[in-house]
Design a protein around this ligand. Structure first.
Ligand code: SF4
Length: 235
């Protein structure tokens, strides 16, 4: 039996379903029972009212990669005496796990990530909204005004949903077609628009020829220096 929090409003006693791998865990002081084999993020997303975990690089249709780290939460595997940070989109639910999704430490860590993102992409609406929600001011160092956060969601969608590999992240972390080309090839790209659809920041737009216009992004040495300064501010 498990005492389960339902629809964000009431507890019910439920029997574990026979033959189903049920995992019991505590999220934000509420006991829940979920099927095993899923991540903390998936479990929490399926339990309305139990917690809100922000994400940018996650999409349920593709394999998570933990790139943005915004979904970081605190977990304890010893019943709640010792906690550590994990990335919720990658960490599997486990029997007895205690999860806290919105502690002051978690919020502090997310504020740091958002500050870095805001420095890089000050004009992206979703990042502005996150900054407002977490009370993050624009950092003193102004960066490039880019839109791409290198989350790789576009290329995961192209590979895993469409079965193409028309785009990838190259060695300098740009979204590009193979051989560093900024235009996708007619042969590889079917013009489905999935990459633009899943992009969390709007960095990829579809062009008039129904092919994506890829963001021209360079990580400059000056940007890395500025990022280090902001990281020091955050710490
Ligand atoms: S539009 Fe082209 S690059 Fe984008 S997901 Fe579809 S096939 Fe891949």
């Amino acid at each position: 039996m498990a005492r389960v929090w339902i629809n964000g409003e009431r507890w019910v006693e439920v029997k574990d379903a026979e033959g189903i791998n049920v995992v019991h865990l505590t999220v934000n002081d509420k006991e829940i029972a979920v099927s095993g084999g899923q991540t903390i993020l998936e479990a929490v997303a399926r339990m309305p009212g139990i917690g809100n975990i922000p994400t940018l690089c996650y999409h349920p249709a593709v394999t998570p990669n933990g790139a943005c780290q915004l979904c970081t939460v605190e977990v304890s595997e010893d019943g709640g005496s010792k906690f550590r940070f994990v990335v919720a989109c990658l960490y599997p639910v486990k029997e007895g796990l205690v999860v806290k999704t919105n502690t002051e430490m978690v919020r502090k860590l997310r504020r740091g990530i958002i500050k870095l993102l805001l420095a890089r992409c000050p004009n992206v609406k979703k990042i502005q909204e996150l900054a407002e929600e977490y009370g993050v001011q624009k950092p003193r160092v102004a960066l490039l005004g880019e839109d791409c956060i290198h989350c790789g969601l576009c290329l995961r969608a192209c590979q895993e949903i469409i079965g193409q590999a028309a785009i990838s992240l190259n060695r300098v972390w740009e979204v590009a077609a193979p051989f560093y080309a900024y235009e996708v090839s007619e042969e590889d790209c079917i013009g489905c628009g999935d990459c633009a659809f899943v992009c969390p920041t709007g960095a990829i737009q579809m062009g008039p020829n129904d092919k994506p216009i890829l963001p021209k992004v360079k990580i400059l040495h000056s940007e890395i220096e500025a990022m280090s300064k902001i990281t020091m501010e955050v710490i």
